[in-house]
Design a protein around this ligand. Sequence first.
Ligand code: NAG
Ligand code: NAG
Length: 340
Amino acid sequence: MRKSILSILILGCLFSTSANCFKFGEMSPFIVFEVNSNPNSTWKAARYPHFEKMTREQLLGHLGSLDEPDWVKLPTKEFDPNANADPIPEFFDAREQWPNCQSIKLIRDQSTCGSCWAFAATETFSDRICIASNQTLQTSISSEDLLECCADYCGMGCKGGYPSAAWGYMKRQGVSTGGLYGDDTSCKPYIFPPCDHHVTGQYQPCGPIQPTPQCVKECNSEYTQNTYEKDLHFASQTYSIKQNVQAIQREIMAHGPVQASFKVAADFLTYKSGVYIRNPKLKYEGGHSVKIIGWGKEGNTPYWLIANSWNEDWGEKGLFRMLRGRNECGIEAQIVAGLP
Ligand SMILES: *[C@@H]1O[C@H](CO)[C@@H](O)[C@H](O)[C@H]1NC(C)=O
Ligand SMILES: *[C@@H]1O[C@H](CO)[C@@H](O)[C@H](O)[C@H]1NC(C)=O
């Protein structure tokens, strides 16, 4: 019976001519019930009042990874599965592997802007600068600078962007330092305040999508260490990783977290804890980009350990885990990274 209610809602939407056939979040109570009442479910869902009132347009302000045209794609890094190397551990967490790199532990917040593509890229690059320096350099690379100044080449700013183009830009143009909202100790901190993504937490609920801020090639006035030009950090090599679990694992073990993109179905927005597996009856609503920091196994279910950019009130303290090994929602097919 409960299955049929969800199916009727989904079918009703597919065949409706009205763009707003149901407020996007209205099927959430049915999704949550179905996940939590299934004894085989590997994850727990929760009802979030903000999400239940959300329209599809607002949803896109939490996501922001676009399908990539061929011209932005990066070369695929060679991977030799027979190369002589350390065994791959069953559990890996970059926060424990490189405990002195503060950026790996930090969860950022993209606020009400579809800038996930810029967040995951700059978070990953910050981690990799620290790891490459033998855990000495604590550099926060600016999501703001990348979002503002790579608005065209990278896609559509707050309406979404291309993760590969973000790395291309970091290689050619460079990106300044920049921390969280209000952090004047870096060149260009993020200008949108944190907000609660679906959950009821310590912030205001996230509102409608913001316009992309204008590109300003200057540091904030409190920051006097460097001019904007001297503050830029450049990626040297940039590449994509083959769709292969071991290739992704070896890349993380050697150089640190990677940027991953995947397709989001409505049930992802009800995620609370556990290893997320999409209900295959739900269609994809948009693309999202995130940072994989490790992997493990819960019972018999292998997972990726992933940092989201919806602040620490969401999911497992800002992180989530997703099924590993089956290219769940396309997560293993769109991995990009680079070296400082
Ligand atoms: C749970 O898994 C078992 C064994 O695979 C299957 O027989 C059963 O139908 C599943 N239950 C539900 C509610 O999906
Ligand atoms: C990295 O840092 C550690 C601890 O400070 C030090 O013992 C080690 O020699 C360094 N490694 C390299 C390659 O510089």
